[in-house]
Design a binder for this molecule. Structure first.
Ligand code: PHE
Length: 342
């Protein structure tokens, strides 16, 4: 009887296992519990052994074992088969197509202002200038007074300045570094100072934050001819050999005489276009022979030494070199704009 029951159980369970297909693979675990679990069929048979006679016990015992082994073997085989299928399915799903072309790496570009600053610095360094820096939050003294612009002097109106208090301001010109350098250096020296400057001014060609590059040369026999030849050299190297340069008389309290420098428009080569508003020329910088009063205020003997200074607008230079018609493009950080600058 018992033998028969066991044999039936075996056939029944094996058939059940065989019927399980991949989509129902979880039921294998259920079968496992049903047969081998705490109150599973085979467990119950084992428990029932107690009631058997000593004679029957080994026979039934070995039969239970063989049934257990047969079921176990079939279950394991089936589980293994499903595991393989599952693995293949995953490999298929997670396959990487190594032949697919890459999306490419986004390349950076120099910001136009950094680019012209670098170019100008390279040219000036090759002409023997040292590069210096100065504070953007500056004292009234260095920004104005030491530049021969006393308090309440009308020429302060040339620059609409951001004051922080009576004596501290955001520098309105890199000329503020001139006095700082003259106080600490022994002539002769040649320095340039690129950096940010600030004025309360905002339209398509003016931004409250902008950039200048200041130059200062102090030596014994410095003349207007030196200044003109140096600037001509610099402009031709920046804008090309065929550039023409125009010097116009001007006024700055810290230089005497003062000049303003124009270059022929690189877009139309002097013929007149929208970049130069039809004039063929573009105004680029202020310059001049350092006012002896400025030298004296900073402790330089104006009988022995003379100097020349110049100040470039870098934003304007960047706009001209890249045909940019609105200064705001330089400050928007639009990646599409920067991409065009490559
Ligand atoms: N600091 C002047 C300006 O910002 C430019 C300048 C610099 C002029 C040096 C003469 C000499 O307008």
């Amino acid at each position: 009887m018992l033998v028969e029951k066991l044999e039936n159980l075996k056939q029944e369970i094996l058939a059940e296992i065989d019927k399980v297909d991949y989509s129902l693979r979880k039921t294998l675990t259920e079968i496992r519990v049903k047969v081998f679990g705490k109150s599973g069929h085979l467990t119950m048979f084992s428990k029932g052994m107690r009631e058997l006679s000593a004679e029957e016990r080994p026979k039934v015992g070995s039969l239970i074992n063989s049934v257990r082994n047969a079921i176990e073997e079939r279950l394991t085989a089936k589980e293994k088969e499903f595991e393989n299928l599952e693995l293949n399915e995953r490999l298929e799903r997670e396959k990487v197509d190594i032949t697919e072309p890459s999306k490419g790496v986004l390349k950076g570009a120099y910001h136009p202002i950094l680019d012209v600053t670098d170019k100008l610095m390279d040219i000036c360094v090759s002409l023997g200038f040292s590069v210096v820096e100065g504070p953007e939050v500056e004292s009234d003294y260095y920004n104005f007074e030491a530049m021969n612009i006393p308090k309440n002097h009308p020429s302060r109106d040339m620059q609409d300045t951001f004051f922080i208090n009576d004596n501290i301001l955001l520098r309105s010109q890199t000329s503020a570094v001139q006095a700082r350098e003259m106080e600490t250096r022994k002539p002769p020296f040649k320095i340039i100072c690129p950096g940010k400057t600030y004025r309360n001014d905002s339209d398509s060609t003016h931004s409250p934050v902008f950039h200048q590059l200041e130059g200062l040369v102090i030596d014994e026999n410095v003349s207007m001819a030196d200044l003109k030849s140096m600037l001509t050299n610099l402009m031709k190297r920046l804008y090309g050999e065929d550039t023409t340069i125009r010097f116009r008389p001007s006024f700055f309290p810290f230089t005497e005489p003062s000049i303003e420098v124009d270059v022929s428009c690189p877009s139309c080569h002097g013929k007149g276009c929208t970049t130069c508003k039809g004039t063929g020329m573009l105004e680029l910088l202020g310059a001049g022979i350092v006012n002896p009063k400025v030298l004296e205020m900073s402790g330089i003997d104006s009988k022995k030494y003379r100097g020349f200074a110049f100040g470039f607008g870098l934003d304007r230079t960047a706009m001209i070199l890249n045909s940019i018609n609105n200064i705001r493009y330089l400050y928007r950080n639009d990646i599409r704009f920067l991409n065009q600058m490559k």
